[in-house]
Design a protein around this ligand. Structure first.
Ligand code: IPD
Ligand code: CA
Ligand code: CA
Ligand code: CA
Length: 284
């Protein structure tokens, strides 16, 4: 059974409390990290702050919703595996930025019901911005309603994307797409925190976002935020989003079709080293 609006608000408050409490850990350890390790892949970092942040979120969920399931980046699957509710937690989204003292990372706490994201809270501890959204209840930033941008076309848009940690092990690295979209838009940013990329899209500061190689904890909260802010979230080909596929296309809705077409028809990477070929390329 779907939760009532009152139950949704209660669960959203739990998500917010967890994100804010974890954000204090990020603030407290800023610029003073003791342990930085690699998680099996070059460049895939984890610090003691990721773990401390996750511990405080887990403590809050264990106390408030002990009968729910949990998927947490640093601890894996926990809690009640039979529950239709699954919390998807990214305790520090943007670890590479954090480890380099580059001030762009966040805490993301999302909730799935039968595999579908229904609410989430994302906290940006540098700007003290708390983004919240729940199905049917709208999206807010510090309790003020937010909405996606009105940008009408791809060539007027500012986009954001990212590159997964497996980029040295695949030819599907997103490099060609990055070059192509840079060529035909007003710009493509690489933020380094997927949930914050989605929060910026939901609040109209960016017009579109795509990425591959993501995990449910990167996406759960941000997907609801964009949808409730009036945006569109799908797979690259505009079919329904599969949160386990790792791929997402999220936009203000206006540029969705054009960005989907651009991703599906990206010229090969060799093109970007050839000036004559580059000059022939235009928008879809
Ligand atoms: C990463 C960030 C980044 C994205 C990577 C993610 P982490 O998460 O969200 O923006 O490009 O694919 O893995 O490891 O910093 O939590
Ligand atoms: Ca992440
Ligand atoms: Ca993380
Ligand atoms: Ca990580």
């Amino acid at each position: 059974m779907n939760p009532s609006p009152r139950e949704l608000k209660h669960l959203l408050n739990i998500a917010s409390e967890a994100a804010l409490s974890a954000g204090v850990i990020l603030q407290d350890h800023w610029g003073n990290i003791q342990v930085i390790e690699e998680k099996g892949r070059a460049g895939d970092l984890v610090t003691e702050v990721d773990k401390k942040s996750e511990a405080i979120i887990l403590a809050i969920l264990n106390e408030q919703v002990p009968d729910h399931g949990i998927l947490a980046e640093e601890s894996g699957i926990l809690g009640n595996a039979d529950s239709p509710y699954l919390w998807a937690i990214d305790p520090l989204d943007g670890t590479t930025n954090y480890a380099h003292s580059y001030p762009l990372s966040s805490v993301s706490v999302g909730l799935l019901l039968n595999g579908v994201p229904i609410l989430g809270a994302i906290y940006d501890p540098y700007s003290n911005l708390l983004y919240r959204a729940a199905k049917g209840l709208g999206a807010t930033c510090n309790h003020r309603p937010i909405q996606v941008s009105p940008t009408p076309s791809l060539n007027q848009s500012l986009l954001v994307t990212g590159f997964a940690y497996d980029r040295r092990e695949t030819t599907d690295q997103n490099y060609a797409e990055f070059c192509y979209l840079t060529h035909i838009t007003q710009g493509v940013r690489r933020g380094g925190s997927a949930s914050l990329d989605l929060a910026h899209l939901a609040s109209g500061r960016l017009d579109g976002y795509w990425e591959r190689g993501l995990k449910p904890w990167d996406l759960a909260a941000g997907v609801v935020l964009v949808q409730e802010a009036g945006g569109t979230v799908t797979a690259y080909d505009q079919s329904p989003l599969d949160i386990n596929s790792g791929r997402i296309l999220a936009t203000n809705g206006q540029i969705h079709q054009a960005l989907s077409q651009a991703l599906l028809n990206t010229p090969p990477i060799s093109t970007w080293a050839n000036l004559e070929q580059m000059q022939q390329i235009t928008s879809p």
